[in-house]
Design a protein around this ligand. Structure first.
Ligand code: GAP
Length: 512
């Protein structure tokens, strides 16, 4: 199956099995807005809970907050979002479609990158075991030429964005011969900047201002609460504040399902440090976050770091953690060393001192910040892309989500083999005991095979089957989703078995 086919399958699987629905579905949907269904919301809650616990529970010096979405409009002036939160857009005159100019170029670079990988694969087959891929990358003329092209595009794009020379970016798109994916033409408009914030009204704000913005990132809610948390929590540097919540961006080019949405959720942590130590902490969080991703059982080769070409106005170092989606490597999380930019600006605009007094040196200063910022929806998408598998079983195809048990929406299905002879009653008894601790499901309709398949499709790690022997012997058959192996387990041991296998603790242990 090709990568685009796999992606299409994941999208339809999401709708068919209650993970993700288009928003306002019965009204024809709303572009780039999605709703999470009964299984999606459980998976998403579990991912969020794992992130939250790994931040606030495993780190003595990180606490959480939940700031409001509505914030004083001056915050967005101070943060630079009113003046600078723009995307460079370009329209194709024939298809009338609008694109982000930098994304068009990044996609073009990705195609060149794929050509490099093809060359390397071919060479690996030709030379066999003695093949040195790293050497080939730096010596093969064609590969070197491709890489130079990628670097040239990076450099020109960076210069164009940093100097605001949008004509230079248009020229680059033309020089590279990039065509509109819809019309196939090169008939482009000029590149222009668009602000991404949504605005709304709140009457009677002080100073006569009434325009509010829906927050485009959760981070500012943390910065404006820095002093509240530091003082009330008696926090000492270095310390962090974590938050999860909705953010809103008027993404003109919404695509790739829940990858780029207008309403999405972020999980962000701002780590406040002494100036001068920020790059060491930046390195620490880079490594720590990659380890977190891999703890979910995702293949290491499906991740890579991508250093930012253009540093945001607030950063002195920035990297993306990218995942190899079916449509190529794309950003899932950003690690940014944000200097003292945000706290400094909020001091300036609010007139309030946002300083930390260091009792050891008797000095007072504005802390520097290292941020980790991950999109929950992108994490959700990569989790599904990684977990989705189709397997041949007895001449049939089974679709299975091989999710880590700790994040699976349903932890176990309790399935009486037949609907008589007291089996449903025993199943009900087991269900009532287990549901106090776990999200379990009970079902007696259809053949056992069909019920197993339905549970495989939503990633339920265990099916507990109650048969006639269960009545006599007090044990049940536990079927493992991934191997489809079956073992007998005493009913009184089920709770402990599930506890060991499906608790978030098993994931947290991998981090310490
Ligand atoms: N506070 C820093 C910040 O907001 P960002 O790189 O703009 O940085 C962080 O966003 C993360 O939020 C991204 O890595 C991505 O996972 C997620 N994200 C950003 N825009 C998104 C969108 N339109 N739809 C879904 N997720 C998005």
């Amino acid at each position: 199956m090709s990568q685009p086919e796999i992606f299409e399958k994941v999208i339809s699987h999401c709708k068919e099995y209650g993970f993700v629905f288009p928003s306002s579905d019965i009204y024809g949907g709303l572009a780039a807005v999605y709703d999470y269904g009964q299984n999606g919301v459980e998976l998403r809650n579990n991912l969020r809970q794992y992130w939250w616990k790994s931040m606030t529970q495993l780190n003595q010096n990180i606490v959480g907050i939940d700031a409001a979405i509505f914030m004083h409009p001056k915050i967005w002036k101070a943060s630079g979002h009113v003046d600078g939160f723009n995307d460079p857009m370009i329209d194709n005159k024939d298809s009338k479609k609008r694109y982000r100019a930098d994304v068009l170029l990044e996609d073009h670079q990705e195609k060149i990158r794929q050509k490099i990988e093809k060359e390397i694969d071919k060479a690996a087959k030709r030379f066999g075991e003695t093949f040195d891929a790293a050497l080939y990358r730096t010596t093969n003329p064609r590969v070197v030429e491709y890489q130079q092209k990628i670097d040239q595009i990076d450099a020109t794009l960076k210069e164009g964005l940093e100097t605001g020379n949008l004509a230079m970016i248009k020229q680059l798109i033309e020089d590279e011969g990039i065509v509109c994916p819809i019309s196939g033409s090169k008939n482009w408009t000029d590149v222009r900047q668009f602000n991404l914030m949504y605005s709304t009204q709140m009457s009677a704000l002080e100073g006569g201002e009434d325009q509010l913005y829906l927050r485009p990132e959760t981070a500012q809610g943390i910065f404006v609460n820095f002093l509240n948390v530091q003082k009330t929590g008696r926090m000492k540097l270095p310390f962090g504040i974590a938050q999860t919540g909705k953010a809103f961006r008027n993404e003109i080019v919404a695509r790739q399902f829940i990858m780029r949405m207008k309403e999405f959720e972020q999980m962000e942590m701002q780590f406040f440090v002494k100036p001068g130590t920020e790059l060491d902490w930046y390195q620490h969080w880079k490594e720590s976050r990659l380890k977190w991703h891999q703890s979910l059982g995702i293949k290491a080769t499906n991740y890579r770091f991508h250093d930012h070409v253009k540093l945001a106005h607030y950063a002195n170092a920035a990297v993306d953690i990218e995942y190899n989606f079916p449509f190529g490597f794309k950003e899932v999380e950003g690690i940014h060393s944000r200097t003292d930019f945000d706290l400094g600006k909020h001091e300036e605009f609010s007139g309030k001192k946002l300083r930390y007094f260091d009792p050891e040196t008797n000095e007072s200063f504005v802390p520097f910040v290292v941020e980790t910022s991950i999109g929950l929806d992108r994490l959700f998408l990569l989790t599904l892309c990684e977990a989705y598998q189709e397997e041949e079983v007895d001449g049939d195809t089974r679709t299975v989500l091989k999710l880590h048990p700790a994040i699976a929406p349903v932890k176990a299905a309790i399935l009486p083999l037949v609907k008589k002879d007291g089996l449903p009653e025993l199943a009900e008894k087991i269900y009532n005991e287990l549901r106090l601790d776990f999200n379990v499901y009970i079902e007696d309709k259809d053949s056992i095979g069909k019920r197993y398949r339905r549970m495989d499709a939503i990633g339920t790690p265990f099916c507990i089957t109650i048969d006639h022997d269960s009545l006599e012997q007090g044990d049940v058959t536990v079927r493992y989703r991934d191997t489809m192996e079956q073992t007998r387990v005493k009913i009184e041991d089920l709770r402990n078995m599930l506890q060991n296998e499906v608790s978030i603790t098993s994931l947290l242990k991998k981090l310490i």
